[in-house]
Write a protein that binds this ligand. Structure first.
Ligand code: NDP
Length: 253
């Protein structure tokens, strides 16, 4: 029996990357996982199929975040999927993972680009938590994916880093408020982690990125997914309000 058997989880942005690895790991621990995506339904369906092939349980939920009505749409699909499979809408584990990178220098960032970063990376997690708390039983888990860029200077990504700094406040303040319900709230900060970005296909670029980690390699999505899964288990019941450095030692300097 897995450590999360009987639990339910929502992982936003789990059609690929860190979210996918997290969803797969939570399912392997026995959780029923809602695999959320924005536009790439085929990728989310493929994640669900791969979880089911390994004997796990999952379903896909689509909703673009950062637009009007986003949280309502997400929870319509989530609650329907949970009800069909468990008979209730209880959500034990929420992983706020979906996010967009900036990729635009501060001097060229437009107000519209800034608003989009804030809407997807900071505003959506806030309102997803607000909504999720209505259906989260005592002992639940909220894990927000931040970034090592809240502790490691990269002047090209100031706006993005600002949104991640905002996300980290969720753990500090909500952890205090939700302690009486036994709900833990933590931030996980990845360093450079392999995703579908074409930069990971260029050996010289990968070598430079790898050198930032004390282990001299780039992170794999599973490196972060395993940390998130640990925080979701009962083994992590005494950790709340924490910033967990999952950067492979990048923040050691
Ligand atoms: P990917 O770019 O590989 O995947 C992003 C996921 O988020 C996809 O599932 C995508 O769905 C979803 N998503 C993106 N925008 C939206 C939106 N507007 N509404 C709903 N869903 C959306 O992400 P990573 O695995 O690289 O990153 C995951 C998290 O980790 C992010 O919060 C990121 O900021 C953080 N992080 C990543 C690092 C890295 O080096 N990779 C380093 C530090 C932090 P779809 O497939 O449908 O588009």
């Amino acid at each position: 029996m897995g450590r999360l058997t009987g639990k339910t989880a929502l992982v936003t942005g789990s059609s690929r990357g860190i979210g996918r690895a997290t969803a797969v790991r939570l399912a392997r621990e026995g959780a029923l996982v809602a695999v959320h995506y924005s536009s790439n339904k085929d990728a989310a369906d493929e994640v669900v199929a791969s979880i089911e092939k390994d004997g796990g349980r999952a379903f896909a939920v689509g909703a673009e975040l950062g637009v009007t009505g986003d949280v309502h749409e997400l929870f319509l699909g989530l609650e329907q999927g949970l009800k069909e499979r468990t008979g209730t809408t209880d959500l034990d584990i929420l992983v706020n993972n979906a996010g967009v990178m900036g990729g635009v220098a501060p001097e060229d960032t437009t107000p519209e680009q800034f608003d989009r970063l804030v809407a997807v990376n900071a505003k959506a997690p806030f309102f997803i938590i607000q909504r999720a708390l209505k259906i989260m039983p005592n002992g639940g888990r909220v894990i927000n994916i931040s970034s090592g860029l809240t502790r490691f200077a990269n002047p090209q990504e100031i706006a993005y880093a600002m949104t991640k700094g905002a996300v980290e406040m969720l753990a500090l303040h909500y952890a205090k408020a939700l302690g009486p319900r036994g709900i833990t709230v933590n931030s996980v900060a990845p360093g450079i982690t392999r995703n579908g970005n074409p930069a990971f296909d260029i050996p010289e670029v990968v070598e430079q990125m790898a050198a930032l980690s004390t282990f001299n390699r780039v992170g794999e999505p599973q490196d972060v997914g395993d940390v998130v899964a640990f925080l979701a288990t009962d083994d992590a019941r005494w950790i709340t309000g924490a910033f967990i450095d999952a950067s492979g030692g990048t923040l050691l300097g």
